[in-house]
Design a protein around this ligand. Structure first.
Ligand code: CP
Length: 317
């Protein structure tokens, strides 16, 4: 019997996007293929398609964001939706209104979709369980739990440069413990058939039993990066750290910061990725971040097409 997945409707179609965990390969592939068709929209003189005309999409970002919030807004506008960005700082949240009361009031304004970022893991699930059946919810990052559209845009970027997932070695480096991005990437890479996923980090920045996610653990950059095709760097997420997990940022850079010397252990055609925001000189050297192997800015651009794909698929189901 198939496991119940709150993201899917009775026909097994995507109704909300809350996490990559539990999604079948055909749904991920459908999102990636749909995103491919949206890449060219950006190249047109009029960068718009009418797929979400008349739909109201609310961006609810209770945590800071540059890339995700902006690219969701651009994506929704390119789909011709009406986009409402709730300014949390000046909203009634500051007067003590609960998350679900806020959602109920916005639903009363005929919302069709909520895009939600929240510091609390599970916030998007809570909203998805609460809203009326016609409303779709997209998780734009919840605590350290999941960031599914980031995971999707990352695998989309990899596919653009490397094509065949089944022949790849991918290394994810840095603060795995606090990273919703790493969790979503690992699920996506596993579902798409990447045979070797490595995580490279000090013991203090790894979740217990991380191997159970289908990854190989390394604590040394030279060994972990050897012959990999893709290097994904992560930011030290100080806002989610409790206690001193590292001697210092300088010490972290010395052992785990990606420099040209360390990158030389990877394949010569390896690509370097980072979800952003980057902390130069802490997890990545500027020469590498801006170097010929970096695809960090293309990741951002592809994020628009991937978010267009997610929203158009949800609205069609
Ligand atoms: N990658 C990412 O989530 O960046 P933002 O926090 O700027 O949205």
């Amino acid at each position: 019997m198939k496991k119940y997945n709150p993201q899917l409707n009775a026909n097994g179609e995507l109704h909300h996007l809350l996490s990559i965990e539990g999604l079948p390969r055909d749904i991920l592939t459908h999102i990636l293929n749909t995103a491919e068709s949206f890449v060219t929209v950006a190249e047109r003189e009029v960068k718009k398609v009418p797929l979400l005309r008349g739909k109201a999409i609310f961006n609810l970002f209770f945590e800071n964001s540059t890339r995700t919030r902006t690219t969701f807004e651009i994506a929704a506008k390119r789909l011709s939706a009406d986009v409402i960005n709730l300014n949390i700082g000046s909203s009634s949240t500051s007067k003590g209104e609960t998350l679900l009361d806020t959602v109920d009031n916005l639903s009363a304004m005929q919302a069709d979709m909520f895009v939600v970022r929240h510091a609390q893991s599970g916030a998007a699930h809570l909203i998805a369980k609460h809203v009326a059946p016609h409303i779709h919810v997209v998780n734009a990052g919840d605590g350290r739990h999941a960031h599914p559209t980031q995971g999707l845009l990352d695998v989309f970027t990899i596919r653009r440069y490397k094509e065949d997932f089944t022949r790849l070695r991918v290394a994810i480096v840095g603060d795995i413990l606090h990273s919703r991005v790493a969790r979503s990437e690992i699920h996506a890479l596993n579902v798409l058939g990447v045979p070797e996923i490595r995580v490279i980090a000090p013991k203090t920045l790894l979740p217990t039993n991380v191997e159970q996610m289908g990854v190989h653990v390394y604590h040394d950059m030279a060994q972990g990066l050897k012959d990999v095709d893709v290097v994904m760097m992560l930011r030290l997420q100080n806002e989610r750290m409790r206690g001193a997990l590292l001697p210092s940022a300088g010490e972290f850079f010395k052992y785990y910061g990606l420099t040209a010397d360390k990158l030389a252990h990877a394949r010569p055609d390896a690509i370097v990725m980072h979800p952003g925001p980057m902390n130069r000189g802490i997890e990545i050297d500027s020469g590498v971040a801006d170097g010929r192997q970096s695809v960090i800015l293309p990741q951002v651009t592809f994020g628009i097409a991937v978010r267009m794909a997610v929203m158009s698929i949800l609205a069609g189901n």
